[in-house]
Design a protein around this ligand. Structure first.
Ligand SMILES: *Cc1c(COP(=O)(O)O)cnc(C)c1O
Length: 467
């Protein structure tokens, strides 16, 4: 059997990586010069790298390792399913037990009336499905002119052509001919950076009303759906003001357009409920799931849709699917993962215990001189770095310059926090303990101190001119 554990010196692996491995969302030459960090093991919230460092992973891999690393039950679920039936498709009027049982379980967990699952292998694929699904739904309802999908700037819905178009990342749109037609974007509810003189409550309503303006501008009978993450993740963990979602819900109801909640990060306990839609009080027609569905142990995603959508789509053939839709090994692992989340009370613990504890500790970071606001829902939070809190100022340096310095200091202190521009993000495994939360906050504080010293030394502690 080929063992793929670390047997070579780090430098040799780094050279091979630079020679042959192209990384996602990475400046290739820049990384090759620096040398990639190589992870070798995981246990709970801890990673070990090829140099033997023990790192607290406050990003749960990439928002996905909800039950933590090293869960043997998931290994066994995969092995058992691979022995029994490693693959069969679900195309030609066939099915298998893992796909059936997982669909049943997701229908139980998802809010009513979402009772039907279309499988994919990732969040990107699932959102591609959603794009075609909502348009096909309206075609089958005799309203083929409803093609427009409204999304938000800085939303992240994946990186395929369809899902990347649904997303609102301008840097992504600039490469490779995106967005595709009939996708429109409104502004995100980021009060700290964009709220101006408004209160958060006023700003939440104002940003939600952009949806209504966009619908009116496009023509209400041309709009198919609005898609959004209950709490924007990769866009910087933007927790919307409390007034935002009720107003959005009022608007989608008024115009009868479909609401797609992208639960790829928020789903499966991250916000203290099974789904972020429950925490934020929305009533979606479609939910996108992936990441925490299998805690990242297997690639799997899907769309969970309402009875109404399933019944309309069932009226004709939906010419869409993936070879790995409902992959039996991925479904078996996801089912076991959902069992662990449920039976070990992990979702409840996030809501009642670790979530409130992390909130208290995380919000105390706002006392740091370089931190402007600290926002958190469940176990997903962010802080805004600033040279001038009172003015809610951005840095004069290019966005992300200071964030990157801070991320590097976190890495040096064996803490993985991500930066989005000049916001720092945490989204740890849901099994994190209170002691580990204390360690996270201590390391974050130390990293902020070191980052601020470096920012000052480089003369970067300067606010941008106000536009
Ligand atoms: C990660 C992510 C996706 C894309 O999922 P992939 O599995 O990377 O394709 C979609 N939506 C949200 C909200 C995400 O965070």
């Amino acid at each position: 059997m080929a063992h793929l554990t670390n047997t070579a010196p780090t430098a040799e692996l780094q050279a091979l990586d630079a020679a042959h491995h192209m990384h996602p969302f990475t400046h290739g030459a820049g990384l090759a010069d620096k040398g990639v960090r190589i992870m070798t093991r995981g246990e709970g919230v801890w990673l070990t790298d090829s140099e033997g460092n023990r790192i607290l992973d406050a990003m749960a891999g990439l928002w996905c390792v909800n039950v933590g690393y090293g869960r043997q039950e998931l290994v066994e679920a995969a092995a058992a399913q691979m022995s029994e039936l490693p693959f069969y498709n679900t195309f030609f009027q066939t099915s298998h037990v893992p796909a059936i049982r997982l669909a049943e379980r997701l229908a139980q967990l998802a809010p009513d009336p979402l009772n039907h699952v279309f499988y994919a292998s990732s969040g990107s694929e699932a959102n591609d499905t959603n794009l075609r699904l909502v348009r096909t739904y309206w075609e089958m309802k005799g309203q083929p002119q409803r093609k427009a999908i409204i999304s938000r700037w800085n939303a992240y819905h994946g990186s395929s052509v369809g899902s990347g178009s649904l997303g609102g990342m301008k840097g992504m749109h600039a490469q490779g001919g995106m967005p595709i037609p009939d996708i429109h974007h409104i502004d995100q509810p980021n009060w700290w950076s964009e709220g101006g003189d408004m209160t958060p409550e006023e700003f939440g309503v104002a940003r939600a009303r952009q949806l209504e303006q966009k619908i009116e501008e496009l023509g209400p009978d041309t709009v198919a759906a609005f898609i959004a993450e209950p709490v924007q993740g990769a866009g910087g963990v933007i927790v919307p003001p409390e007034t935002y979602w009720p107003e959005i819900q009022r608007i989608v109801d008024k115009y009868g357009i479909l609401l797609i909640a992208d639960e790829v990060i928020c789903g499966f306990g991250r916000t203290g409920n099974w789904f972020g839609s429950q925490t934020m009080g929305l009533r979606p027609d479609v939910m996108t799931v992936a990441k925490g569905l299998s805690s990242g142990y297997q690639p799997i995603g899907g769309s969970i849709v309402s009875d109404e959508i399933a019944s309309v789509l069932g009226g004709d053939e939906f010419n869409h699917g993936y070879t790995y839709s409902g992959h039996p090994v991925a479904c078996a692992v996801a089912l076991e993962n959902l069992r662990i989340l449920d039976e070990e009370g992990i979702v409840t613990r996030v809501r009642e215990e670790t979530g409130p504890y992390l909130k208290e500790r995380f919000e105390s970071l706002v006392e740091h001189p370089m931190v402007g606001e600290a926002k958190i829902v469940g176990l997903m939070g962010s802080i805004a770095l600033t040279p001038d809190k009172a003015a809610r100022a951005a840095f004069a340096a290019d966005a992300g310059t200071v964030g990157l310095i801070c991320r590097e200091r976190c890495f040096a202190n064996d803490l993985i926090m991500r930066h989005v521009g000049d916001r720092m993000i945490v989204s740890p495994p849901l099994v994190i303990t209170k002691d580990e939360i204390d360690t996270l906050i201590e390391r974050a504080w130390r990293s902020l101190d070191e980052a601020m010293a470096e920012v000052e030394a480089q003369g970067l502690m300067k606010p941008a001119a106000v536009a």
